[in-house]
Design a protein around this ligand. Structure first.
Ligand code: KIV
Ligand code: ZN
Length: 386
């Protein structure tokens, strides 16, 4: 089976930027958009144009600057939102309007205070209006994760008939289990007329830590676009992390699903977004965390020194990290100490190494990490000769 291309729809600048304290100005948004295009994302969701004049201007500027990727603007299923989004996207080479409405009963009853039939009518009207401005219209069924599948299928079918080119099935509240989300995508594939003429998209939130697993379940069941953010930034527990889904597909070629992402730019992109959003990346974050390729226990260090693949499933260079690191702590063994000493130019015979190791352990028990400066001092104090 030929490898299927999964489109990467990056929403760092829209869903990601909704995080309190992460607001970006126009120039910062432009810089991130440029980086995302270089990274190879297929769609950049640049913002929610009706939300503020600043966001309108940022979407407009990104639309003018971007040459390869599709530029997308969010709108509710509201006439003015759609008109404003269309205006902001006018300079785009490949514009997309992303419009939609809540479809779960809890949204219909308690947020929209209306009926399923009214939601259906508003969805159709929104897609038709968006279609009068742009060819590429993505429809989102907000809270699809908690929406009854039969009703969701009706809404999706109506959106396709109204002209939608992409159907977004958001697990807005991060509620679904992977098999449940995968089954929902499969159900739509099997029960919506015209589904094969559009692209199904995943959009998963991380409230139960399942956003990545759910997105992968989605593409394994027929979705062909993943909506995600750099570092998984987003409201509450965040969105699906781009770097995670991309590397999962790259590391499992037998799935025959891949993206166009240049993975060697992942670490750099993560650092840029973290810096501009003043949002630190947790050290144990998969792929881009500071500890993702660092090894500190003796057993692991011994393995890594003998052969990298004993404890690493990804070559760090593949994601733009120069090398794995061997961190010296009180849990490190002789092999790691010898390795680090050798890198500093000290090639000790066994008796000298044993002596160095004994002193090293005393030092390591007193501090969290033993760094190169400590090792030089240790060699000098113990008058060790290589
Ligand atoms: O999570 C969600 O449902 C969204 C939509 C607006 C697409 O972000
Ligand atoms: Zn969202």
């Amino acid at each position: 089976m030929p490898t299927q291309q999964i489109q990467i729809f990056d929403t760092t600048l829209r869903d990601g930027e909704q995080v309190p304290g992460c607001k970006l100005n126009r120039d910062e948004k432009l810089l991130i958009a440029r980086q995302l295009e270089e990274l190879g994302v297929d769609v950049i969701e640049a913002g929610f144009p009706v939300s503020s004049p600043g966001d309108f201007a940022a979407v407009q500027a990104i639309a003018a600057q971007t040459r390869e990727a599709t530029v997308c603007g969010l709108s509710r299923a509201v006439e003015n939102d759609i008109r404003v989004a269309a205006e902001a996207l006018r300079p785009a080479r490949y514009p997309r309007i992303h419009t939609g409405i809540g479809t779960s009963d809890v949204h219909i009853q308690h947020k929209l205070c209306t009926t399923r039939e009214d939601v259906l009518a508003r969805a159709i009207a929104a897609v038709k209006l968006a279609k009068s401005f742009v060819e590429d219209v993505e429809f989102y069924a907000e809270d699809a994760g908690r929406t009854d599948n039969e009703f969701l299928a009706r809404v999706c079918e109506a959106a396709i008939q109204a002209g939608a080119t992409v159907l977004n099935i958001p697990d807005t509240t991060g509620y679904c289990l992977p098999q449940e989300y995968g089954a929902k995508i499969k159900f739509l594939h099997e029960n919506v007329r015209g589904i094969h003429t559009v692209r199904l998209s995943t959009h998963c939130h991380n409230d139960l830590g399942l956003a990545t697993a759910n997105s992968i379940a989605g593409v394994m069941n027929g979705a062909r676009q993943i909506e995600c953010t750099i570092n998984g930034v987003g409201e509450r527990a965040g969105n699906t992390a781009l770097e995670e889904v991309v590397m999962i597909l790259r590391q499992h070629p037998y799935l025959d699903l891949d993206t166009r992402i240049n993975t060697r730019l992942l670490a750099e992109t993560s650092a840029i977004v973290s810096h501009l959003m003043t949002m630190p990346v947790q050290p144990n974050k998969a792929i881009v965390g500071a500890n993702a390729f660092s090894h500190s226990s003796g057993i692991h260090q011994d393995g890594i020194i003998k052969h990298r693949e004993t404890y690493e499933i990804i070559d760090p260079k593949e994601v733009g990290v120069a090398d794995s690191s061997i961190v010296l702590t009180a849990r490190s063994g002789r092999a790691a100490l010898a390795y680090r000493l050798q890198k500093l130019g000290y090639d000790f015979e066994k008796p000298e190494l044993n002596k160095a190791y004994a002193s090293f352990l005393q030092l390591a028990d007193r501090q969290r990490e033993v760094v190169d400066k400590d090792l030089h001092q240790l060699v000098e104090q113990e008058k060790l000769v290589a």
